[in-house]
Design a protein around this ligand. Structure first.
Ligand SMILES: *[C@@H]1O[C@H](CO)[C@@H](O)[C@H](O)[C@H]1NC(C)=O
Length: 234
């Protein structure tokens, strides 16, 4: 009896980890996002199937470099469910990342997805940091050339830096329709409202003055232009 209960518990745990650890499996061929729906569900409500067209599954412009004329020298073109409605319920997304020489996609994490990055042009130095281990937070980093791919495990802080003297381009693929983006410095020093300076000062072992200075900086989100455009479009 006890063995049977253990088995059932183990099976339930397995089943729920499949259901909860990643985007849920689709229950139909597609569920194109209806951005105008007032129904609030996990993801977007589905557009009526008779109104769905090929364009709902289509995105163009990934051949075009985005402007890297900003303080990070990088720019992210997101192709997630917020921009490509056909991705709703399908559990995948991608992005194009442009890097000027010495351009940086700053340390960040994706709470809902692992990522595989493919370098299409240029030379990057990319890496991720593990969660806390008995040996601390371990850095796994590598120089990547055109044609290389590198994986960033779900939820871990990672970055890419263009170490070449030419522009670089990479394409990232995600196992979520909306992987989410937490830019580490922005979240710590640019939250709204701010985290109290004495809390951050104690956390990062800096004076309140230095923390105050950090909190006054403009914490650029290099994917934001696209989010804003989406909000305006809707
Ligand atoms: C990213 O690129 C787009 C397209 O070139 C541009 O409109 C936008 O201002 C750029 N964002 C940043 C932060 O530079």
């Amino acid at each position: 009896m006890a063995a049977r209960i253990t088995l059932i518990a183990a099976l339930l745990a397995l089943a729920s980890s499949h259901a909860l650890a990643f985007d849920p499996s689709p229950l139909q061929d597609f569920c194109v996002a209806d951005y105008d729906s007032n129904v609030f569900v996990n993801g977007f409500a589905c557009k009526k199937a008779k109104d769905v067209t090929a364009d709902d599954f289509y995105f163009t412009g990934l051949d075009k470099p985005a402007s890297t004329a900003n303080e990070l020298g990088a720019n992210i073109t997101l192709v997630n469910v917020e921009r490509l409605p056909g991705l709703n319920s399908l559990g995948v997304a991608m992005s194009r990342i442009d890097y000027a020489p010495f351009g940086l996609n700053p340390p960040h994490s994706h709470p809902r997805s692992s990522e595989i990055l493919h370098v299409a042009e240029g030379t990057l130095y990319a890496g991720f940091v593990t969660s806390n281990t008995e040996n601390g937070n371990l850095l796994f980093a590598k120089k990547l050339q055109k044609g290389d791919a590198f994986v960033f495990p779900r939820g871990l802080i990672h970055f890419q830096f263009n170490i070449g003297d030419t522009d670089a381009v990479a394409f990232a693929t995600f196992g979520s329709q909306s992987p989410g983006l937490v830019t580490t410095a922005n979240a710590l020093f640019g939250s709204k409202p701010p985290i109290a300076d004495y809390i951050l000062a104690q956390a990062v072992q800096l004076s309140k003055t230095t923390v105050g200075w950090l909190q006054q900086q403009q914490w650029l989100d290099i994917s934001q232009e696209y989010r804003q455009r989406l909000v305006q479009a809707n």
